[in-house]
Design a binder for this molecule. Structure first.
Ligand SMILES: C[S@@+](CC[C@H](N)C(=O)[O-])C[C@H]1O[C@@H](n2cnc3c(N)ncnc32)[C@H](O)[C@@H]1O
Length: 322
């Protein structure tokens, strides 16, 4: 059986019998005023981090969510969207779609603002989305793409790029890992399906996104996620896994390469009121300016004694250069 088939089996089981320990969120569940999340939906929270960021959701966006799980993030997106078919949910596992639909019935009973018609659930594969090109403003996936091997990951990202409108956003949360994993871990299809042995380093993850054409990348969060230790896993060294929240924006690719924001900030502290790098960046005296990694490097290369460049915080929250 291929790893894609094993993945479907794992999530068929997880749809029929909620598995609280599977994936397991690395953040407290987003709570909004007047939002009640049914307990079964919470038990089926198979993601890490969150893909629901209110600042992506202005101007009434058309939202697509791939890999629905118990439907919690679809409900959270609907909280902002509140219109029939405002959110499209796609999953390849029938049992997951059925469980998600059941959870929406309970969500409707618990939330007077919610109607299950706000979400349109469809069967489909992340590798071949049943969605028209240039039709979506915000696409999201949580803890699915890390399962894919390189060829499928590339295909899944190309599909997301295809369906997004220009300036559309792909919001993702996935585990990443900076250490090499041995072949036993990498080839253990069940561990991969459980989001434990497919993750890649953050820079590689970002490069996969820019290679398919996304011109702007925001690394919004990075948190500790899991440990694979030699007692419980086929590894001789302890492996540390993190989870990230990343947004990729379908901006045109700048001529000098993508703008990747990892939370770097520049501060000018010279004698003048401001510093102008003559490349579109004006730094007011002792005011922070969020900069992409490309701008950070260019400013550092100036070798000025009155410019401070912070390290990446991996917590970029908008604004700044580019
Ligand atoms: C780790 S779970 C994440 C569920 C949800 N995103 C969450 O955060 O709770 C992966 C989800 O992707 C679905 N899935 C697996 N393979 C898929 C594929 N090739 N295309 C679409 N969905 C898939 C599974 O059925 C499951 O719902």
């Amino acid at each position: 059986m291929s790893y894609l088939e094993i993945t479907k089996d794992v999530y068929k089981e997880a749809a029929l019998t909620p598995n609280v320990g599977l994936c397991c969120t690395t953040t407290p569940i987003w709570q909004f005023p007047g939002l009640s999340i049914p307990s079964r939906m919470q038990e089926m929270n198979y993601g890490c981090g969150s893909t629901v960021h209110p600042r992506d959701l202005v101007n009434n966006p058309k939202i697509l969510y791939v890999g629905v799980g118990g439907g919690m993030e679809l409900l959270q997106f609907s909280y902002f969207s509140r219109q029939k078919n405002g959110v499209i949910g796609i999953d390849v596992v029938d049992e997951m779609l059925i469980a998600c639909q059941e959870n929406f019935k309970e969500a409707e009973a618990q939330n007077e603002w919610f109607q299950k018609e706000f979400v349109s659930l469809k069967k489909g594969d992340a590798l071949q989305l049943p969605v028209a090109e240039n039709s979506i403003d915000v696409a999201a996936q949580n803890c699915l793409f890390n399962i894919f091997k390189m060829e499928e990951l590339k295909k899944a990202l190309q599909e997301m790029y295809r369906i997004l409108k220009p300036q559309g956003r792909l919001v993702m949360s996935d585990p990443t890992c900076e250490q090499p994993m041995n072949d036993r871990l990498r080839n253990d299809e069940r561990l991969r399906a459980l989001c434990l042995s497919g993750s890649i380093p953050l820079n590689d993850y970002v490069k996969m996104l820019t290679d398919v054409g996304f011109g702007t990348i925001e690394v919004r969060a990075k948190r500790p996620y899991r440990i694979l230790d030699p007692t419980h896993f086929p590894t001789e060294e302890m492996i540390y896994i993190e989870s990230v929240e990343v947004c990729a924006i379908k901006d045109p690719m700048p001529e000098d390469g993508p703008c990747v924001f990892t939370g770097k900030t520049a501060i000018y502290f010279g004698e003048d009121q401001f510093f102008d790098d003559k490349k579109g960046h004006i730094l007011l005296q002792n005011q922070p300016l969020a900069v992409c990694d490309k701008t950070a490097k260019a400013l550092l290369d100036l070798n000025r004694k009155d410019l401070f460049l912070s390290a990446s915080t991996f917590h970029y929250d908008g604004g700044g250069c580019c």
